[in-house]
Design a protein around this ligand. Structure first.
Ligand code: ATP
Length: 288
């Protein structure tokens, strides 16, 4: 078994808001971090809901650890640590109370590990959650998610409320987590620089449709943007164009192999491209 998570052609429509997840398929190998990016409203949280079975999908399959999860599947649920962007726990609880509740819910709840994270994240066990800052709430949620010894961490915008220093510390915690070869992370984030640092793969979703999944190495070392005039653009082989965007006097063209493009199209400017720019080109540009 190679993948900890497999989605195949998952569909979910919300007729009231005229939104639909349309045949979303991707998988996460064991021991890896998958970044999940897309504009606001692209369908990331809905996809995560379908994975966790908190949203009932219309069709398609989701396999976790090689099997589909049913509502009563507490065994599988124990293996998944989840952090949402937003209120994760009742605000009148303290971290100490949270630990007692979690201890009743999870057979492998590790109170000592939880307190170690509280210390690392500089959170006071006796302070009420309602007096936490947004960043502190996120840290508490990550501590709780990690302390029942999950194998898969699902993080929906879990680093967005954190300052750059704490975010960096948190990324180290995530990298540490995937040192175990049977652990993986699905991390949705708008902070693409974080994903460039730690993700092994990045999946791009736009308007309910999956655009592509690519490895970080490909994105960082091979993907590139060619800048050319419109007349030059017309000479390009359509098979080389992933997406393009017209700007005042220039065309920006996303290609999957910058070195090959440089060899093939002499005299064209070929630049490195960030994940942010890739997303902009995929979302706002045209695809052939
Ligand atoms: N329960 C629901 N009923 C109707 N429409 C919904 C429901 N939940 C989500 N939607 C719609 O589905 C679309 C996708 O929302 P979703 O939260 O999955 O996006 P997202 O990619 O996570 O966005 P963000 O980056 O802003 O968190 C939105 O248009 C939203 O209005």
């Amino acid at each position: 078994m190679e993948n900890i998570l497999e989605l195949e052609q998952v569909c979910k429509a919300f007729p009231k808001t005229n939104f639909a997840l349309d045949q979303v398929s991707f998988s996460i190998p064991y021991g890896s971090i998958m970044g999940f990016v897309g504009e606001n409203g692209a369908g990331k949280t809905t996809t995560i809901g379908c994975i966790l079975n908190t949203i009932s999908k219309d069709s398609g399959t989701v396999k976790l650890f090689g099997k589909e999860m049913s509502d009563a599947d507490t065994d599988l649920r124990e293996k998944i640590g989840v952090v949402y962007d937003g209120d994760n726990f009742p605000s009148y609880w303290t971290a100490e109370q949270l630990s007692r509740v979690m201890g009743g819910l999870y057979t492998r709840w590790d109170n000592a590990l939880f307190h170690k994270y509280l210390e690392d994240f500089r959170l006071l066990p006796g302070q009420r959650i309602k007096n936490y800052s947004r960043g502190m709430t996120m840290k508490l949620a990550v501590a709780a998610a990690l302390s029942h010894h999950p194998q898969l961490l699902v993080l929906d915008e879990a680093t967005s409320g954190l300052d750059p220093i704490m975010r960096d510390d948190m990324l180290d915690v995530f990298l540490d987590f995937v040192q175990e070869e049977d652990h993986s992370i699905l991390l949705s984030s708008h902070i693409t620089t974080d994903l460039e640092k730690i993700a092994d793969y990045i999946t791009f979703i736009h308007d309910g449709r999956l655009i592509m999944t690519a490895s970080r190495n490909d994105l960082v070392y091979n993907f590139a943007v060619m800048r050319c005039k419109e007349s030059q653009f017309l000479e390009l082989d359509p098979g080389d164009i992933l997406a393009y965007r017209k700007r005042d006097f220039q065309m920006d063209v996303l290609v999957s192999d910058g070195k090959e493009a440089q060899r093939k199209y002499r005299g064209f400017v070929v630049d490195h491209v960030s994940v942010d720019e890739i997303m902009l080109l995929l979302v706002k540009g045209e695809r052939v």
